[in-house]
Ligand binder design. Structure first.
Ligand SMILES: [Zn+2]
Length: 234
């Protein structure tokens, strides 16, 4: 007689950028093993790839293409899967802003919320002729920047530019090589980049978890907020 198969629970999460409710299952012991092996490799690219693959196998909806999700949606999905797989809290090391005392606290990852920072302006003129149309960065582009080891500013810009345009033509960014795109970005003026940062990138919504804590050493009430939640998948 074969052993019975354990029924795996199914959960739902609504992804805001995609505007769709997606069903998912927690990851299994086998998948967790693969994740732990990836962590041991200490290779950022491998960890990210394995996390993506694991996340993909947990989604029970074939129409959702994980590499096309926005970072915002992927974070929410990963945090949701993680909370149902290994637990709803993660240990986070925090430092008191008053006395620099360091301690570990438990963050409740189910308390994640979207922080909106105003309305991003997605078309920006670079000079009198050329403008750029910007988009929410997708996972693909985060992955590219890990693989190509570009600096953070360049990789953010690479991830956000959808197309360049003038009065007659649009130049779709995805049709160009990494080198051509980087070259284009490096030739932008400091003023251009500042404008894109202020009007678009700084205003992109992000996921965050509030972590208020009272310092046991000096009593100071700290207000800390965690962003970049992709690290908390495992
Ligand atoms: Zn303190």
């Amino acid at each position: 007689m074969t052993l019975p198969a354990i029924e795996i629970p199914v959960y739902e999460v609504k992804l805001p950028t995609l505007n769709k409710t997606v069903k998912y299952k927690p990851y299994t012991v086998k998948e967790e093993k693969t994740l732990l092996m990836a962590i041991e490799s200490n290779d950022e690219k491998q960890i990210f790839e394995t996390s993506l693959r694991c996340c993909d196998s947990c989604i029970l909806d074939d129409s959702v293409k994980i590499e096309e999700l926005s970072v915002l949606d992927l974070e929410l999905l990963m945090i949701s899967i993680r909370s149902k797989s290994v637990g709803e809290t993660v240990d986070v090391r925090v430092t008191c802003e008053e006395c620099n005392h360091t301690l570990d606290i438990k963050a409740d990852i189910t308390k994640m919320k979207v922080k909106k920072k105003g309305k991003p302006k997605d078309t920006i003129m670079l000079d009198e002729t050329y403008g750029v149309k910007l988009k929410l960065p997708s996972i693909d582009s985060v992955y590219d920047s890990l693989v190509n080891k570009t600096d953070e500013l360049t990789s953010t810009l690479l991830a956000c530019i959808d197309f360049v345009y003038d009065e007659e033509t649009t130049y779709s960014f995805k049709d160009y090589t990494e080198e051509e795109k980087t070259d284009f970005i490096e030739k932008m003026t400091v003023e251009n980049v500042k404008k894109i940062n202020e009007l678009f990138i700084d205003k992109l919504p992000s996921n965050c978890i509030d972590l208020p804590f009272t310092c046991p050493s000096c009593g100071k009430e700290n207000k800390k907020t965690m962003e970049n939640l992709l690290d908390f998948f495992i």
